[in-house]
Design a protein around this ligand. Structure first.
Ligand SMILES: [Cu+2]
Length: 480
């Protein structure tokens, strides 16, 4: 218990640090301006937005391709983009059981599916529709409240609808980042046939979105804050994500919708922070030197946002389908199923409980990619569990979990505060994740991997600080 209180105090201390909050307040001021300008420009229509390409100064597009490649020796004159018929707000009405699509994990996409998805996103970037999503998330995005899941479910549906206006065969895939929990920089999503690479504090260097830009608060190419090129070096500043066993335990946890939302919303901060700012000097203290994914106001400027949040949405769907749960379970402070979801027409929370047109592919077996079985390096001693009463065993497991989670918890808490979650909510979310990981460790779906010698660090108790929790994959134990 001592270590839990210690982690809690550390989290609370981090949360009260203020320099970044001042920076975000500055960013917020810019954001309001851009939202207002964006709204005006939207009213003027898509054609007006595109006029900015002809040289007329226009503040509207937030994200545009860096360079337009001129086709060489083309016999046809310059192609003028035709206005897209797609308009934000109609996706729910078009979502019927006659138009079911199955969202797949990125690893299972065929080559053709990848190509079509990436091409559709690139087309939205080019048309300016992609940029229209950014201020919508900033202005109305639901964070730190019950509607976190419903609001983002509709937002994703709108994005998928926009993709399908380009190519009706495209379905939004999801990135199960728990599969890459230990080595997120090595994930296949950073390949040049999906999201492309990363250079800390610089433009996206490769792939289909190389050099894409946003104009707010200053025109700049979209940054990622980690090194995707150094495969095998566990870059991303050494940050790790929640593993598949912990996620599954959180889904199965005997808690309310409110508790589940707290746990997952906190957990989802890891990819945001790591993709946005893992290795950028100064980390998240200065919005001008931070990757977009780390900034709630700008996160959807990076296509990574959508595959990340699609996974978050799939976790809600799994919870809704879990034994003893229901699709209509909902609640939180002053939360009602009848709450409107702005700006999506007349949509209310209850409309999102079960979308007739969306299904998720079954989750991958845990640890299929990138996680090694527990191994003890030379000089380390494997902890030998001694017979002990259940309570003592639980306490020992909890201490190991708390020690392993501490750095990740601090990063998650930092991001959660940036999106407006209260200290109490963040601490509660972290405790639920800690509890989930403890359960997974006790039921054997998680295992301790010793990285340093026993007793070799602060706060690590008998197992030392150098431990990592990894899903045990013997083919059956870590089934999701
Ligand atoms: Cu998010």
């Amino acid at each position: 218990m001592a270590s839990r209180a210690c982690v809690g105090r550390r989290i609370a201390r981090r949360l009260t640090a203020s320099p970044r909050r001042r920076g975000l307040a500055r960013a917020a001021g810019f954001a309001v301006l851009v939202v207002l300008v964006g709204a005006t420009a939207s009213a003027a229509g898509a054609g007006a937005q595109r006029s900015s390409r002809s040289g007329t100064p226009s503040p509207t597009p937030i994200l545009t391709p860096a360079r337009t490649r001129t086709p060489t020796a083309s016999p046809t004159p310059t192609v003028t983009p035709t206005p897209t018929p797609w308009v934000m707000g109609g996706a729910l009405g078009r979502c019927t059981s006659a138009d079911v699509r199955v969202r797949k994990e990125v690893r299972t996409l065929t080559r053709t599916e990848r190509r079509r998805f990436v091409a559709a996103v690139a087309a939205l970037v080019k048309s300016g529709v992609f940029s229209e999503f950014v201020p919508v998330h900033y202005r109305w995005g639901a964070h730190g409240r019950a509607s976190f899941f419903p609001w983002h479910r509709l937002y994703l549906l709108e994005f998928e609808d926009a993709l399908r206006s380009v190519d009706p065969l495209v379905t939004l895939p999801f990135w199960d980042w728990s599969q890459d929990a230990a080595r997120p920089a090595d994930s296949i999503v950073w390949g040049d046939d999906l999201l492309g690479g990363a250079t800390p504090g610089d433009c996206i260097p490769s792939g289909p979105f190389a050099g894409i830009e946003r104009l707010f608060p200053v025109r700049r190419c979209v940054w990622r804050g980690f090194t995707a090129a150094d495969v095998g070096r566990n870059t991303m500043g050494g940050q790790t994500f929640e593993d598949a066993a912990t996620i599954q335990a959180a889904i199965a946890a005997p808690t309310t919708y409110h508790g589940f939302r707290l746990a997952i919303e906190v957990a989802h901060g890891s990819p945001h922070s790591a993709i946005g700012a893992a290795e950028i000097v100064g980390r998240s203290s200065d919005p001008a030197r931070t990757g977009e994914m780390r900034l709630p106001s700008l996160a959807p400027s990076d296509p990574a946002f959508y595959v990340h949040h699609a996974y978050v949405d799939s976790l809600w769907a799994r919870r809704q389908d879990a034994p003893g749960r229901s699709a209509t379970e909902y609640g939180g402070r002053r939360a009602s199923r009848l709450d409107r979801l702005i700006p999506f027409g007349n949509a209310i929370v209850a409309d999102t409980f079960s979308l007739p047109c969306v299904r998720y592919q079954d989750p991958l077996p845990a640890a299929e990619a990138g996680v090694e079985p527990p191994a003890v390096p030379r000089g380390a001693r494997t902890p030998v569990p001694t017979p002990s009463p259940a309570a003592a065993e639980r306490e020992e497991a909890r201490a190991a979990v708390a020690a392993e989670r501490a750095p990740r918890a601090a990063v998650q808490a930092d991001f959660a505060r940036a999106v407006g979650q209260s200290v109490a909510e963040v601490v509660a979310g972290e405790e639920l994740l800690e509890e989930a990981a403890t359960e997974a460790l006790l039921d054997g779906t998680l295992a301790v991997r010793v990285l340093l010698r026993e007793g070799g660090g602060r706060g690590g108790g008998r197992w030392g600080a150098g431990i990592r929790l990894v899903p045990r994959h013997n083919g059956t134990a870590a089934v999701l």
